[in-house]
Design a protein around this ligand. Structure first.
Ligand code: FES
Length: 163
């Protein structure tokens, strides 16, 4: 953990009572993941447990529950397709299949160049705008194959901001 990251964690902890550090688990995990190529190794999770004064299993439980935490290195651009009902009814599954086919990967795999991966996630709360996906911190909504082609191309050209 860098000094900069520890300063960020201490700032986050200052929002919670000293005897309730566990309450800062989600923002601390996000900060740690952001500072480590968007994934959390066991060593990092153990360090978070130490900082929050909880058992490591309590951190593992949170990290394995939420799809926004990654337990292994991920692609630079990870398309997180909503696979819940509203998006599926508007073609979300077909679009996810199309994207996998276009990239030559299966869900959960990473392209050989490390640029892209595709995963299915549960409802992202943008049900009226499906099919949709999350890329980094941003939503891409009302997607079509043409929009997907353009998004992939923009990623390849480094035009897509993840935050
Ligand atoms: S069903 Fe896709 S965002 Fe809710």
């Amino acid at each position: 953990m860098s000094d900069e990251l520890m300063a960020r964690i201490n700032e986050l902890l200052s929002h919670y009572p000293a005897d309730k550090k566990k309450s800062a688990m989600l923002p601390v995990l996000h900060a740690v993941q952001d500072a480590h190529d968007n994934w959390l190794s066991v060593e990092l999770m153990d360090k978070v447990a130490e900082i929050l004064e909880v058992k490591p299993i309590e951190v593992y439980e949170v990290v394995t529950f939420y799809t926004m935490f990654n337990q292994k290195p991920i692609a630079k651009y990870m398309f997180e397709f909503c696979r819940t009902a509203c998006c599926c009814l508007r073609g979300g599954e077909d679009l996810m299949d199309y994207t996998c086919q276009k990239l030559g990967i299966k869900p959960g795999e990473i392209t050989e160049d490390g640029m892209f991966s595709v995963v299915g996630v549960e409802c992202l709360g943008a049900c009226g705008f499906g099919p949709m996906l999350q890329l980094g911190d941003n939503y891409h909504e009302n997607l079509t194959k043409e929009k997907m082609d353009a998004l992939i191309e923009d990623c390849k050209q480094g035009k897509v901001n993840l935050h």
